[in-house]
Design a protein around this ligand. Structure first.
Ligand code: PLP
Length: 460
């Protein structure tokens, strides 16, 4: 198995060679062959839906075998500037030297023992230095597990069952309490689906109404402190006050905002400390580490010093793998010593400004938009009637991939240099010229193959 993947990686080292930049490509034969094998043995052909074939144009690399910085190489030797790396987990860059060195140095000492390793304490201390708004922290592997842990603590603390989620935010957990609310709820009992209720972002009246509709039943209120829209003045403060007045726990999902908005989290930027928060993704630059953090009062319910009924708070076999924690410590050191999030904001701003200029030149306002905070840019694609359009999204991705940018979103990393951003702007400009023609002449004339589809849909 090892031999096989090593040989795939070296095959991919062959240079690409499309026009101009040497980036991009249109030949994906090896990738397609492997994709056929994958679909025979892995449902959906990928272990993560967001990476699946239905999320990308037909003219896209089916596999990526190697990454360095913000560049990635596919199985056919094509090179791309990559965005949204590792579903936004890889914030420093692929194979970031201090991080992989730390993980490699930990490996020869063993990864998992019958008692905790000292690195568990060091990693907790590092986290609490960076996130001083939390008093305790516990690690696990996936963001979903961390959010689930916050939910369990809140339910135990309040003695209530219902979970309130922000209906404007797309994802919180792979667990039944959240997936049951999506367009793909098969296999999840109705009573679990009914336990989750929604409120609107920046709309305290909707939160108040939700509490009124479910009196003394809501255990926690979960949201991202911000996503594509910034919090209205007073919203987060008001939300916290309302939660506490109604006896609910406030949980911030910092999976994306953590280590991207600011090294101390969105809770630092907006000056509102939640009772609990969940971190993951960027915390270890792509290694599997996530965390639930919060007040001592709540977190200690999972400890040995509580007089209240104990909560089974995160206890997983692989939760404290030493090399992953070493990667987390190294990543957090970079965040402590260097202005990573400043760079993410600067490069995102450079990208946004460059693209906005092209959008104006091509008169694409209302048809193609950069959305969200500079450090976490998404793009919106509309058709000729200015309605959200998956075919137009697919076309944009097809045309950028062809020229050397793979970007399901335009989320930058610490490794995106000025040159990477400027090349991307050039490539996006060429792609948007095709986009403009497709608006006028019909997308069918330019799109090769079927459009992408949303992950959460009931039928294939
Ligand atoms: C905001 C948010 N919360 C939670 C999660 C779940 O994290 P994981 O995929 O690590 O379980 C995600 C994943 O994309 C996310 O974006």
């Amino acid at each position: 198995m090892v031999e096989k993947s090593a040989s795939l990686a070296s095959e991919a080292a062959a240079p690409a060679g499309s026009a101009g930049t040497g980036l991009g490509g249109t030949h994906f034969e090896r990738g397609r062959q492997l994709a056929q094998r994958a679909h025979q043995i892995i449902p959906g052909g990928a272990h993560t839906y967001a990476k699946g074939d239905d999320q990308f144009p037909e003219q896209a690399p089916p596999f990526i075998v190697r990454g360095k910085g913000c560049h990635a190489w596919d199985l056919d030797g094509n090179e791309f500037i990559e965005y949204n790396m590792g579903l936004r987990a890889v914030t420093l860059g692929h194979a970031y030297e201090p991080v992989i060195r730390a993980a490699a140095e930990a490996l020869p000492f063993g990864t998992n023992f019958t008692r905790p390793a000292p690195i568990e304490v060091e990693c907790a201390e590092r986290f609490l230095e960076l996130i001083p708004t939390a008093q305790m922290v516990k690690y696990c592997k996936d963001g979903s597990t961390a959010v689930d842990a916050a939910v369990r603590l809140a339910r135990a603390h309040t003695g209530r069952d219902k979970i309130a989620i922000c209906g404007d935010h797309p994802f919180f957990s792979t667990s039944d309490w959240f997936i049951g609310t999506t367009g793909m709820p098969a296999g999840i009992p109705r009573w679990i689906r009914d336990a989750t209720v929604r409120f609107r972002y920046n709309d305290l009246a909707s939160v108040e109404a939700m509490f009124d509709a479910h009196p003394d039943q809501i255990a926690c209120v979960i949201l991202e402190a911000a996503r594509t829209v910034e919090p209205a003045p007073g919203f987060l403060e008001g939300l916290k006050a309302l939660c506490h007045r109604r006896g609910a726990v406030l949980v911030f999902d910092e999976m994306i905002t953590g280590f991207r908005w600011h090294r101390s989290g969105a809770q630092h930027i907006y000056g509102v400390t939640p009772d609990l928060s969940a971190f993951g993704k960027a915390i270890a630059n792509g290694f599997g580490v996530s965390a639930v953090a919060g007040t001592r009062e709540l977190m200690e319910l999972g400890g040995l010093k509580t007089s209240r009924e104990r909560v089974f708070l995160l206890s997983t076999t692989h939760g404290a793998e030493t090399h992953a924690l070493a990667a987390a410590i190294a990543t957090m050191k970079v965040y402590r010593d260097e202005d990573v999030t400043g760079h993410l904001h600067r490069q995102g701003r450079r990208l946004r400004d460059g693209i906005s200029k092209i959008v104006a030149e091509l008169k694409l306002e209302g048809y193609f938009d950069c959305i969200g905070r500079d450090c976490c840019l998404l793009f919106g694609t509309n058709d000729a009637d200015r309605k959200p359009s998956q075919p137009m999204r697919t076309l944009f991705m097809q045309e950028t991939i062809r020229r050397g940018v793979i970007a399901p979103a335009l989320v930058v990393s610490y490794s995106h240099t000025d040159r990477d951003i400027d090349l991307t702007i050039e490539i996006v400009g060429e792609a948007l010229a095709v986009y403009r023609k497709a608006l006028e002449e019909g997308v069918g004339k330019y799109l090769q193959g079927r459009p992408v589809k949303p992950v959460f849909r009931p039928f294939a």
